[in-house]
Design a protein around this ligand. Sequence first.
Ligand code: NAD
Length: 409
Amino acid sequence: LIAADNPVIPYIEGDGIGKEITPFVKKIIDAAVEKSYGNKRKIEWIEVLAGEKAFNEIGTWLPDETIEAFRVNKIGIKGPLTTPVGEGIRSLNVALRQELDLYVCLRPVRWFKGVVTPLLHPEKVSVTIFRENTEDIYAGIEWAAGTAEAKKFLSFLKNEMGVNKIRFPESSSFGVKPVSREGTERLVRASIEYAIKNRLPSVTLVHKGNIMKFTEGGFKKWGYDLAEREFPDQTFTEHRFNQIKLEKGLNKAVEMYNEAVSTGKVFIKDVIADAFLQNTLLKPEEYSVIATLNLNGDYISDQLAAMVGGIGISPGANINYLTGHAIFEATHGTAPDIVGKNVANPCSMLLSGVMMLEHLGWSESGKLITSSLEKLFENGYGTPDLARFMENGKPLSTSEFSNKVIENL
Ligand code: NAD
């Protein structure tokens, strides 16, 4: 996308530490844009309300105007939001994703030199996760134990679906896990297009299809079918590899694989989620682009973030590639334990801002911010969550660190 020179970008300041990081994130982005494009380009920020601020000011957690602003302007950014308790909305983030049908949760994970991690070779981690955002057990169709709905569902299972070989006690709660071919296809398509565009070697479908045959297993099958049907010239699948191995032997399959790799085709493979989580620690270099279902994606995103320094520095975005709607966001929560102390790390939201700049086609400004961060981390500068673990770490407050990012642009 090449944006207009003065795009209107709605932003949600966010609750808790959102109030402390968002103003700096905007300031750094503005400084980077000015540095790279002078006065030719400038973002016009408009604040839209959500979360506690919206509730306190107008009595609703997620005003229609906010959704409308994102709908009209297409691209926006948000700080973390408190999840309301007992207010009828399960999560504001989930509500926003559903309203705009943001079906991809995109999480690039990379390591910054200097940041302490639990890995021996964090430099081997360079992964982009495509997490399906609208289906799966996250769809929110569930019934609490003891309610009339749960009892009705139990009786439906027993009497109409013939599920009587397993005895569920009356005290069971139930959740439904919808996974569709269409939902899988649009997610996997986006991940393959991303790999092709960025010349990445592979897309891995991560699933638990060995246990959940039709939902997670469906995801794997539909993913492979899509790759073979829509991208026959740009991809080579593990599914096809296994077919050739059966029909023509291992040597032929390896030969075809080598030919595909040497001609720059993206290798589409799959792995079972539990093995994947082990492998990411033992051989992270095997993974490049990940496509996975909603709940797996939730766990995987945070594990991979922890492997390179934690959610304080891992960015994310929720995107609908068909309509162009995208909301870039801090991936952490409101951090109530550190609110008001001027120690919150702005990097998750800032790097989401970098993703937004890239999405706008303003990569120059994004690169300036990324290299400024690289310089600072390498020299031991960071907010306390990072710097206290660094060799010769120099902990800075949110404001000191943010100003240093600007100085180093
Ligand atoms: P959290 O992410 O807010 O905090 C977990 C831990 O990480 C805390 O110790 C916190 O101090 C630390 N931390 C998080 N972000 C940090 C940062 N930028 N800099 C330094 N340290 C940071 O998770 P939580 O405490 O479980 O949730 C608090 C609230 O946030 C809840 O209401 C939750 O629902 C909400 N939440 C919102 C989002 C979102 O808006 N995307 C995501 C997760 C949680």
